[in-house]
Write a protein of this length. Sequence first.
Length: 462
Amino acid sequence: MRRFLPGSLRGQLLLLMLLTLAVAQGLSVWLFADERELAVQAALGQEAASRAANVASLIVEAPEDLRPAIIQAANSPLVRFTLDPAPTVDHPDHDGSGRAAAQIASQIRQDPAPEVRVELHRTSDAMPPMAGMPAEMARMHMAMRDVQISSVEMTISVALAGGEWLNVVTRFHHPPYQIGWTAFATFAISATLIAATLWFALGQLTGPLARLARATERFGRGEEVEEIAPSGPHELRSLTGAFNDMQTRIRRFVDDRTRLLAALSHDLRSPLTALRVRAEMIDDDETRERVIGSTEEMQSMVESTLAFARGVAETEAFETVDVEGFLSDLVAESETTARSITLESVAPDMTVRVRPTSMRRALRNIIENAVRYGDRAEVSTEQHGRLAVITINDQGPGIPDTDLERVFDPFVRLEGSRSRDTGGTGLGLSIARTILQSHGGDIVLSNGPEGGLRAIISLPVA
């Protein structure tokens, strides 16, 4: 069902309005046709009642020997008159027939007014042919009998002087539904005018929403986004203003943290340098080496922390790059590990918007980890919808399932499954995930079915 609906809010609202208009127009036509049917039936019933009253008046005033001729002349395929000793309507009171009976009685010139009985009911049975009907009229009657349509049958019984009853049976069919071309033309013109008006009006609503959505997506990827000029209804203007304020606050927070870390770096480097100089003056060789080792470790942690902060607050400009070319260049740059990296099943013509230096740093970190701890790195790419997926497999022992998420925490190193001789501080994966998430992507680790660790990286396609 959803695949047949327009994807945009503008299209869905327009379709809803047009469907509502179509349903309303259909109901109007149906109600009008029903009222027309009732009006036509009332007119036909009144005409039949008047005809029965006129024939009854003629019979009352005519000599008895002329009555059969009057009856024969009055008969037609849809109206039958008979003179019988008993009434066809065998009960005097019938629901809804009082007005017709009174109308017939008032038109018959007889004093006192005769008893009139009227009965109405629906029927689908064909009316039997009239005796002595001309050939042409008989063919017409047979053609009418072949059409299966519902009819309303009116039976009238009028008491005549002398004890006889004039029985009248008449039928009138439901009038067919007639919808002229004017109804369709009216609907088409109304729908066109409403659609054009709604399209313009909804554009004033969905246009600012679309711009806000694009700006939010870019901001979520870490791109610089200029303030959006408020436009549209009051609610949209308020929403745009709130987005601009949020963007300003987040930028201010990141900038303040970056300046704080830069100041901290400057303040820590000076004492560490002085400590290193003093350590060189220690006479005892063993003590001197231990102090220098501790100082270098502290220096490395400071530099790694600053690198981690730079991964969060990077200000490099975004560029649109081809994934295949970007990965090929990255592998070629890794001269010492290029032989251990296999680039396979790369999806062609797939582009992403990234900060090239930051993204190169994140991917290199993950690939080199795969080579360092798993001997080889097998890199492949594919596109899933609006995501570019980069998969990196190694041939190492993997890591416990309980630690798959914990390895992304800063300064976490799994000494039980990773080498102790790497010299790392446990920030590599933290920096990589931070950079990927700043691009609107993510990284997920899992153990391969045949061993080794698998890193699945997702990035929005450009």
